[in-house]
Design a protein around this ligand. Structure first.
Ligand SMILES: *[C@@H]1O[C@H](CO)[C@@H](O)[C@H](O)[C@H]1NC(C)=O
Ligand SMILES: *[C@@H]1O[C@H](CO)[C@@H](O)[C@H](O)[C@H]1NC(C)=O
Ligand SMILES: *[C@@H]1O[C@H](CO)[C@@H](O)[C@H](O)[C@H]1NC(C)=O
Ligand SMILES: *[C@@H]1O[C@H](CO)[C@@H](O)[C@H](O)[C@H]1NC(C)=O
Ligand SMILES: *[C@@H]1O[C@H](CO)[C@@H](O)[C@H](O)[C@H]1NC(C)=O
Ligand SMILES: *[C@@H]1O[C@H](CO)[C@@H](O)[C@H](O)[C@H]1NC(C)=O
Length: 459
């Protein structure tokens, strides 16, 4: 019952607010300014979660250390897509600082760094190099930091490449006390494959390409990647007798790592073998995760049941994947016409779902409106989705650089080979850090689906 003008004004205001809630993130995927605006909003929302700039540990996101790398990757994608440098200083400071004293992303304050966690920081560093982010005036260069991760991961002593079970491969975790130590999983190995391939492409150094070949061959031998069906498993649990059959768990980013690595190998070698692998993995990614029943919008399997929030990591996977798809189209331009429409459909879905709280917050599911799952991780993926569709307007100046095309080749090739890195050393931690360790360990152990398999298989 409306009683007076004041009340009517309030009712009118409510109607206005309600109306503004159903407004989507305004996006016309064929308009550069529109994409820029949508990207700016999504990235602004994402950065409201980032409080660590200006602290004595910039880039350290305590509840899940590797997510700092995902956040910085999204910032780099945003800058690359729009030329907006607003967040570059935050990225630059944090990305270098988290490299730690060994330049290999095993800083003393991050306890129980897994091979996948470290790898994502390595990918952030090589992305900074490829996008030509200026190196900082002192300290490690982006290339040094990426090489530091590579050097550590080829080294058994660093908790890296390991031939004691399954004939090779990286374990998920470096530390024996970590839940995933016995697992050899796709993202660690696919990510290492991608890092090696990108280092090969960036530096034109054959050593990196040899390692990429080796990781690929091993991954197909244990069927983490099935080179007949082009399915990518999540992990192959390792026992004393080798790796058992890979699982049937599917995640976008597992496909994305191998796909992107293959694309860089093609860009580096011009060998049609790698182009075929790229095409096959890309088709497999599209048919597995861009399903007609969701209007062709990219989804990870946890979305259908609304369960992605149960693991902070999961909502990040598709954002990373779409960003890699955009980069692949830049280094292999002939793939652009296949990739762009897939990205555009997903971005249109995302824009319609990024309507949260009247502030265009992005939720988790991009095919059914805002689902209320406001989180830093969903904000990161939302930002990466908007940056990826700038692909339509990318020109030759957008192509990632290598040292052959103006990329900075200054590095310390010995990064990551220090004695002190690796599983033997447990850093001293403060009480405050120990609370963080508990949380980190819970995330690591309960985190990835692979851990569940480990728990079942552990005798
Ligand atoms: C960013 O700058 C490059 C080089 O000047 C230009 O080609 C491109 O169109 C710009 N992108 C945007 C979104 O303004
Ligand atoms: C982040 O910190 C750096 C100094 O470490 C500063 O230059 C920059 O302005 C800060 N960024 C923001 C958004 O406050
Ligand atoms: C490359 O990075 C190094 C280290 O920061 C710097 O000294 C050098 O000037 C850079 N080179 C170019 C061409 O920018
Ligand atoms: C598929 O992978 C297996 C195992 O690494 C390898 O022996 C075979 O040659 C591969 N097939 C093709 C067509 O590359
Ligand atoms: C691959 O092809 C590109 C472009 O044609 C060329 O610049 C490059 O040298 C080739 N690389 C190799 C390893 O053959
Ligand atoms: C790549 O695929 C094409 C078409 O399917 C085939 O003709 C060609 O032999 C393949 N190349 C390699 C190196 O496998």
């Amino acid at each position: 019952m409306i009683k007076d003008a004041g009340h009517m004004a309030i009712v009118a205001l409510h109607i206005l607010l309600l109306t503004s809630c159903v407004y989507a993130l305004d996006l016309n995927v064929d308009n550069q300014e529109s994409i820029k605006d949508a990207g700016s909003t999504a990235t602004y929302n994402m950065m409201t979660w980032y409080k660590e700039n200006g602290t004595d540990n910039p880039g350290f996101i305590s509840r899940s250390w590797w997510e700092g790398a995902a956040l910085f990757l999204a910032c780099l994608n945003y800058w690359h897509a729009t030329n907006d440098t607003t967040y570059n200083e935050d990225v630059s400071v944090g990305l270098q600082h988290q490299g730690g004293s060994g330049g290999d992303y095993i800083p003393s304050w991050a306890i129980g760094v897994g091979n996948d966690d470290q790898m994502f920081w390595g990918l952030a560093a090589i992305t900074a190099a490829e996008y030509n982010l200026p190196n900082r005036p002192s300290g490690d260069t982006w290339l040094t930091l990426a090489e530091g991760v590579f050097n550590n991961q080829i080294s058994p002593k660093g908790g890296g490449w390991d031939t004691s079970i399954c004939g090779g491969g990286l374990r998920w975790q470096k530390e024996v006390w970590q839940g995933g130590y016995t697992l050899k999983n796709a993202v660690s190995n696919g990510g290492f494959f991608m890092l090696a391939a990108r280092l090969a492409w960036y530096t034109q150094k054959e050593e990196y390409a040899k390692w990429a070949e080796k990781v690929w061959d091993w991954s197909t031998t244990v069927n983490l990647v099935d080179n007949k069906t082009w399915a990518v498993a999540d992990s192959a649990p390792g026992g004393p007798d080798g790796c058992s059959l890979p699982d049937n768990i599917r995640w976008t980013y597992n496909y994305g790592t191998y796909l992107s690595g293959a694309a860089y190998m093609y860009a580096y070698t011009n060998d049609s073998k790698w182009l075929n692998i790229t095409n096959n993995l890309m088709e497999s990614l599209f048919t597995t995760f861009f399903l007609p029943k969701y209007g062709g919008v990219i989804t990870d399997p946890c979305e259908a049941s609304g369960q992605c929030y149960k693991d902070a990591n999961w909502p990040l996977f598709k954002g990373l994947t779409v960003s890699w798809l955009a980069d692949i189209a830049l280094i292999i331009p002939s793939l652009k016409e296949k990739i762009l429409p897939k990205l555009q459909v997903s971005a249109e879905g995302a824009a319609k779902s990024c309507t949260g709280n009247g502030q265009n917050l992005c939720g988790n599911r991009w095919y059914s409106g805002y689902d209320g799952q406001n989180s830093m991780e969903n904000a990161i993926s939302g930002s990466q989705m908007m940056s990826a569709i700038m692909l339509k307007f990318f020109d030759s100046s957008s192509k990632p650089v290598s040292t052959a095309t103006g990329g900075n080749g200054t590095s310390n090739p010995n990064a990551g080979t220090r004695q002190s890195s690796g599983p033997a050393q447990l850093p001293t931690v403060t009480t405050v850090d120990r609370a963080g360790v508990g949380i980190l360990t819970v995330l690591f152990v309960a985190g990835m689906v692979g851990a569940v398999i480990f728990l079942y298989n552990d005798p």
